[in-house]
Design a protein around this ligand. Structure first.
Ligand code: ASP
Length: 260
């Protein structure tokens, strides 16, 4: 999915205010609770591969920017020219938002306009994946270009373990998409797992409470793909739609965009 220009991750990532692409990703192994994350890389072809490498080949959980690129290079991951991530569609989205923000009057208007295009269209486009193997091991990963017009090295929820990604064999795996600031403040992915662990909620109950109740009350928009240790799936979102697909152990593929 990072290689497809259709998604806001890898090629096809949204643009920053400075007209660059800065990529975030994270990965977590639910068996060991090991995790790896990367924030703000500009030239690593597959940020999710880098997140996995950080997990398996370093003593750290999160690397960022230049240093993360150096680590990627040392580990033999593919480095590309930043122009690889360019797509005309995303570039035009940035121009549309920029035109709006320069005509906005005060700070609050600007803040609203900053996110406007993405929020209203409610198609965040981050990619996330959760998988369960026959041994009961859960893994989750998330990769994104973040939000259009971001600046000052802004980092969203996608590389934050517990917000954008979480996996624990005792409970579930979760990958988030949405307005990252709210997902960080709500610790969305971990909260779902915690509700299952401490309150014995089902995956459906926990995802529903965190997205439809807690996140919505704060004003956050987005959703999660989640899978529990028994193979139950939940796709909970408070936006008009969320591109999603699932496959069970028989290979039945389901693809959906809007609510059930
Ligand atoms: N959650 C991502 C971020 O805030 C954006 C997205 O899901 O598309 O960076």
């Amino acid at each position: 999915m990072e290689a497809s220009p259709l998604f806001n991750a890898g090629k096809g990532a949204v643009f920053t205010h400075e007209e660059t692409n800065e990529l975030d990703a994270s990965f977590m192994d639910g068996k060991t609770l090991n995790a790896g994350a990367v924030a703000g890389v500009k030239n690593v072809k597959s940020p999710i591969e880098l997140a996995v490498k950080i997990m398996t080949d370093s003593d750290h959980v999160m690397l960022s920017g230049e240093g993360a690129s150096i680590f990627a290079k040392e580990k033999g991951l593919e480095i590309v020219d930043p122009s690889y991530f360019y797509t005309e569609k995303r570039f035009q989205s940035l121009q549309r938002i920029k035109n709006k923000t320069t005509t906005a009057l005060d700070h609050d208007d600007k803040k609203a306009a900053f996110y406007d295009a993405d929020i209203k269209n409610a198609k965040f486009g981050t990619v996330g994946c959760v998988a369960l193997d026959k041994e009961g091991n859960i893994a989750a990963g998330t990769s994104t270009g973040g939000m259009t017009n971001k600046r000052w090295g802004r980092i969203g929820d996608a590389p934050i373990i517990g917000s954008g990604t979480y996996a624990n064999n005792l409970t579930c795996g979760v990958s988030s998409t949405g307005w990252g600031e709210y997902f960080i403040r709500s610790q969305v992915a971990y909260d779902i797992s915690a509700q299952m662990e401490y309150q014995q909620k089902t995956l459906k109950e926990a995802t529903k409470d965190v997205i439809q109740n807690k996140l919505t009350k704060l004003g956050g928009t987005g959703g999660v793909v989640a899978l529990d240790k028994n193979g139950n799936m939940s796709f909970e979102f408070n936006t008009a739609g969320m591109y999603r697909a699932s496959m069970n152990d028989k290979g039945d593929l389901v693809v959906k965009i809007y609510k059930e």
